[in-house]
Ligand binder design. Structure first.
Ligand code: 4AD
Ligand code: MG
Length: 462
């Protein structure tokens, strides 16, 4: 017999039939006549109550049924007389698949801190909070594919190992098979990468965009959705060294259309969560963030503000606020600036555009003023930057000049520059940080708590 998932069983409108449930014991309580087992199988926040008549099943047999153990119960689904649940299982037979010694199993009592749970990330999916977070994570991944599929985009796979530094930030993890204790050298003492696996220096990708553009200039509209790696040493609640990014790239889109897509896409995802993850969101709202659902609803109902970087700077300077970092024209905005604009000044998401070229990547379309580029960052309450994107420089001459100016390697980027030699087209795209989206949707405050196994400086456990 196929095991029914507890989420389905709890919704059951019929009762009095034979049933098998399998799951992990959350709690066991009772008296000398009856025992109540709360069983969870990860399909929902709710547990199913298993009622054990101690006349039928000996107490001795229940000894191994402790918090954390995994059991199979055969019995009958009946209407529950108790409060809090519609149905429950009357046990006929219990089999213990795996015991959990109460003296060693770490998830004994309720109410562990998120920090403690991070240290036992291999077990935390068994808690209500992380069950909810990871079910929402799944739903968002599904919704992303659905959105793009429904809008005529193709899922495009870009390499994780590359020889290029898309963002030019240099925060990359090297990929090598060379013996680090005995590196081959060239005559002038440099490391001889010609002897390495790929015959040249390679790194884990910081973004799939450059190869994404190749896809867009052939298939028209593509998106990537995969892991990206950044070796920046930022220990913040919003940075991971391995995170997932969604990067749509569209031929014939200018910055305006890029902004429209970003806004529509984010609203779709949030609406999808509200409609499909209601129970988990309500749990997160109750436990972690009392304004979560209200905030999600607010964002889908209101237009995002669109604002020039230059105007943004003027607002920040006029605010009279003492910021930790400077906010003069030309400065990269820090999270405190972004959040001031979003949370205090406009009180809604902001798309900031036309940034100074010197703080943005080489590939962005240059504006006529010679100072700014057609960049756009989408700034969200509680998060700051959730999306970074731009219209791309489609002009071969201007792009090569910029590459030269930044002393980047034309020889490395030959294939990228070539797309501007043959059949170049206006095109745009953006990158959404998947975990930043999840911070917003789940109401969690630390990015380490929305990915099953976070990677941060000094932390690669599990
Ligand atoms: O702004 P970024 O660096 O843009 C790019 O990588 C472009 N190639 C995207 C594009 O136009 N196709 O990164 C995009 C987004 C950020 O807005 C942020 O949400 C997320 O990726 N992000 C991170 N998320 C977690 N940890 C980090 N260290 C992140 N760095 C960026
Ligand atoms: Mg950015």
């Amino acid at each position: 017999m196929k095991t029914q998932r507890i989420a389905e069983i709890l919704k059951s409108t019929t009762t009095d039939y034979d049933i098998t449930v399998k799951g992990w014991v959350r709690t066991k309580r009772g008296n000398k006549n009856v025992a109540f087992i709360a069983l969870n199988d990860g399909s929902c926040v709710g547990n199913i109550q298993v009622v054990v008549d101690l006349q039928k099943i000996q107490e001795e047999e229940l000894k191994a049924v402790t918090t954390g153990s995994c059991i199979r119960v055969d019995g009958k689904l009946v209407k529950s007389l108790g409060a809090g649940q519609g149905v429950e299982v009357q046990a006929e037979k219990i089999e213990v698949y795996g015991t959990a010694d109460p003296d060693t199993y770490p998830l004994q009592k309720k109410g562990h801190s998120l920090e403690f749970l991070r240290d036992i990330a291999y077990l935390r999916p068994r808690t209500n909070t992380f069950g909810a977070v990871f079910r929402i994570r799944h739903a968002m991944a599904y919704a992303i594919h659905k959105y793009f599929n429904d809008h005529g985009f193709y899922y495009w796979h870009t390499p994780l190992i590359t020889g290029s530094d898309c963002e030019g930030a240099g925060a990359m993890f090297n990929v090598t098979t060379m013996d680090l204790n005995n590196l081959p050298r060239t005559e002038d003492g440099q490391i001889d990468y010609s002897q390495d696996f790929y015959g040249k220096p390679c790194n884990l990708t910081v973004s799939g965009q450059l190869e994404g553009e190749l896809g867009a200039l052939a298939l028209g509209q593509i998106y990537t959705f995969g892991p990206t790696f950044r070796a920046e040493n930022s220990n913040t609640p919003r940075h991971l060294s391995e995170f997932w990014m969604i990067e749509p790239e569209m031929a014939f889109y200018e910055l305006e259309e890029n902004m429209e897509l970003a806004e529509d896409f984010l609203k779709y995802l949030i609406r999808y969560a509200l409609e499909n993850c209601r129970e988990d969101l309500e749990f997160m709202n109750k436990m972690w963030d009392k304004e979560l659902i209200e905030r999600l609803e607010f964002v889908i109902k209101n237009d995002f503000v669109r604002l020039d970087y230059t105007e943004g700077i003027e607002i920040l300077k006029a605010s009279g606020r003492k910021f930790e970092f400077p906010c003069d024209w030309g400065c990269d905005l820090q999270s405190e600036h972004e959040r001031y604009l979003v949370e205090e000044h406009f009180k809604r998401p902001v798309i900031l555009i036309n940034y100074p070229k010197d703080i943005k990547a080489f590939y962005m379309k240059q504006n006529e003023d010679g100072k700014t580029v057609r960049a756009m960052d989408v700034l969200f309450p509680k998060i700051g930057e959730i999306i970074g994107g731009s219209e791309r420089e489609a002009d071969y001459g201007k792009l090569t000049a910029r590459v030269k100016e930044l002393q980047m390697s034309e020889a490395e980027l030959w294939w990228y520059l070539d797309t501007r030699r043959w059949g170049s087209a206006p095109h745009s795209g953006f990158g959404l940080g998947f975990e930043r989206l999840l911070l917003f949707v789940t109401g969690m405050a630390n990015i380490r708590d929305v990915i099953p196994f976070p990677r941060t400086p000094n932390n690669a456990e599990f």
